[in-house]
Design a protein around this ligand. Structure first.
Ligand code: CP
Ligand code: NVA
Length: 328
């Protein structure tokens, strides 16, 4: 398997074999990290640009730490201080950065932007999250599920909440690719777009997976392996969205009742950050306006034995390292 020079823009662009290769590489790099084995020869002296038009904790830190471990330097461009978009097009930015860097990470708004960056850049471009997709998160999630259950094929994953956005879309693609059973359990206004659903159903028909959309919480969460949720209002969306989201999505909050219905062996996952208590500014402002003390997941579930969210967060680092190691 040779992925040198490949962009990493969305999982749809990769075969199940290529995804498995990246997961195996991540598992190997994780093992080496735990054993203290140095891998800095892999990309010694290379340089990577990290463009973040939205904020980040996990993705930015994972790219920076991964590059350090691989021997590469990083330059961070924050949401305010570069010319990108405001004074310079993606096509021009791509040609400038590609002349100075060996790889470019981009977190931003429309998927079309990261695709444009990749089109005009002669070095690999990695999608660190767009409105439509979050592919590096998918590798971490798949690795975490595989570590927990020992395999991916046949795993039943139910996503609750805003399934039309980056996380719902990406999980549906990831499950379809890997022969897993994906259910979006949410209000029908928040189902993923029909075109992507049809694409994923076609992929799932070949891999032995499936795609189901349901508004029924009992049926959608019964005897599944993974219950997954994400924030109801994503980065870049207006605060006014909270009211309609709470009205529509409160029945799809992940509670202990949901976890019990999923069964004793079910795990809870979340890409993070999560609103599960009042220890965040957003959490407190939602409580003040709407009286909700926890939003997409209850604190009881978040802090329970079934919750593997911090294993999942750690795996962002190992899987991003694998993407950089394989494609740079
Ligand atoms: N899950 C995730 O992408 O986290 P950050 O926004 O902190 O990067
Ligand atoms: N849907 C969330 C994911 C954060 C990792 C967002 O886009 O803000």
């Amino acid at each position: 398997m040779n992925l040198k020079g490949r962009d990493f823009l969305k999982l749809l662009d990769f075969t199940p074999e290529e995804i498995l290769y990246l997961l195996d590489l991540a598992a190997d790099l994780k093992d080496k990290k735990k054993k203290g084995i140095d891998v800095s020869d892999m990309h010694k002296g290379k340089a990577v640009a990290l463009i973040f038009e939205k904020t980040s904790t996990r993705t930015r830190c994972s790219f920076e730490r991964a590059c350090q471990d691989l021997g590469a330097f990083t330059t961070y461009l924050d949401p305010e201080s570069s010319q990108i978009g405001k004074k310079e097009s993606m096509a021009d930015t791509a040609r400038v950065l590609a002349s100075m860097f060996d790889g470019i990470e981009y977190r931003g708004f429309e998927q079309a932007k990261v695709e444009e960056l990749a089109e005009y850049s002669k070095v690999p471009v990695w999608n660190g999250l767009t409105n439509e997709f979050h592919p590096t998160q998918m590798l971490a999630d798949l690795l975490t599920i595989r570590e927990h259950f020992g395999h991916l094929k046949g795993i039943k994953l139910t996503y609750m909440g805003d399934a039309r956005y980056n996380m719902g879309n990406s999980l549906m693609v990831a499950c379809a690719k890997m022969g897993m059973h994906f259910t979006a359990c949410t209000s029908k206004d928040y189902f993923p777009a029909e075109e992507l659903v049809n694409t994923c159903k076609k992929i799932a028909a070949e891999t032995g997976g499936s795609v189901t959309l349901t508004e029924d919480v009992d049926a959608g969460t019964k005897d599944v392996d993974v219950i997954y949720t994400d924030v109801w209002v994503s980065m870049g969306e207006p605060v006014e969205a909270w009211k309609e989201r709470i009205d529509a999505l409160l029945p799809y909050q992940v509670t202990s009742k949901v976890m019990k219905n999923a069964g004793a062996n079910a795990v809870f996952m979340h890409c993070l950050p999560a609103y599960h208590d009042l220890n965040t500014e957003v959490g407190r402002s939602v409580e003040k306006k709407f009286g909700l003390k926890e939003i997409e997941v209850t604190n009881e579930v978040f802090e329970s034995e079934a919750s593997i969210v911090f294993e999942e967060a750690e795996n962002r680092f190992h899987t991003i390292k694998a993407v950089v190691a394989a494609t740079l």
